[in-house]
Design a binder for this molecule. Structure first.
Ligand code: CA
Length: 251
């Protein structure tokens, strides 16, 4: 849902203002910030750009809402009552790695406080900042997210990047042959569906094989071996007896 919304906005950047009346369509941003002046400035400025804005002045409440509700983006101050912004950031990155967060921070705070985080993993703005600058960052994040959602297939902790052609399960990089890659992409696109051997054969191998061939079973076996990891357990590719295979649980 989030990705679709971001993609729609990306496809029609001029539409951002037009969706202002429809909260269901507008990009929703949670601002977690305790300084009333900044909250007011952000609320008005972002709403004028067509974003739907919600605010929380407390780290703990902000974190809870960001985790529970389907915001498209979070703007997060670091110095917060309730719960430290850095802890909120780490918790969001763990639970919702695809949720874009823009950090607001005072000059000088940055080196000390962001030192523990991966360089470049977080977008931040140093106070005082202009609204134009923040909006440019927000739009850049939404574009990046829309791109990622069309180039990456994700399910069951498996991530397949269609541009770089790299696969991961959790933290582990999985080297795949070209055929294994296409097979996994097909399973991910149809996650939760039972696919027959014939469907898989024509989608991945692309021509009529001898129906008696066991090439699908052989390659499913290769994928299962490669995808099973110590952290993730066995590969989430299930055999559906006398029908075929399914990635993930039935929908
Ligand atoms: Ca603050």
């Amino acid at each position: 849902m989030t990705n679709t919304r971001a993609a729609r906005l990306y496809a029609h950047p001029k539409m951002a203002g037009a969706v202002i009346a429809d909260r269901g369509m507008a990009t929703s941003i949670l601002v977690i910030e305790d300084e009333p002046g900044i909250v007011d400035f952000l609320r008005r400025g972002l709403a004028a750009e067509g974003f739907h804005v919600e605010t929380e002045g407390d780290g703990e409440r902000g974190e809870r809402r960001a985790l529970r509700e389907g915001f498209d983006m979070v703007v997060l101050d670091l110095m917060l009552p309730g719960r430290d912004g850095l802890e909120v950031l780490e918790s969001l990155q763990r639970a919702k790695p695809a949720l874009p967060v823009i950090v607001l921070t005072a000059r000088g705070e940055l080196e000390d406080r962001l030192a523990g985080l991966e360089a470049g993993a977080v977008d931040y703005l140093i106070k005082p900042f202009s609204l134009a600058e923040l909006i440019a960052r927000i739009r850049a994040q939404l574009r990046a997210q829309a791109r990622a959602s069309t180039t990456t297939l994700r399910a069951e902790g498996i991530e397949l990047n269609l541009l770089t052609r790299r696969a991961r399960r959790g933290e582990k990089e999985i080297p795949l042959s070209a055929t294994e890659f296409e097979l996994l992409a097909h399973l991910l696109r149809h996650r939760g569906e039972v696919l027959t051997r014939e469907q898989i054969l024509s989608a991945v191998w692309g021509y009529s094989h001898d129906p008696a061939t066991n090439v699908v079973d052989v390659y499913i076996g290769y994928l299962r071996r490669k995808l099973s990891t110590r952290e993730g357990g066995p590969a989430p590719i299930f055999t559906v007896r006398s029908v075929g295979y399914r990635l993930g649980h039935a929908r």
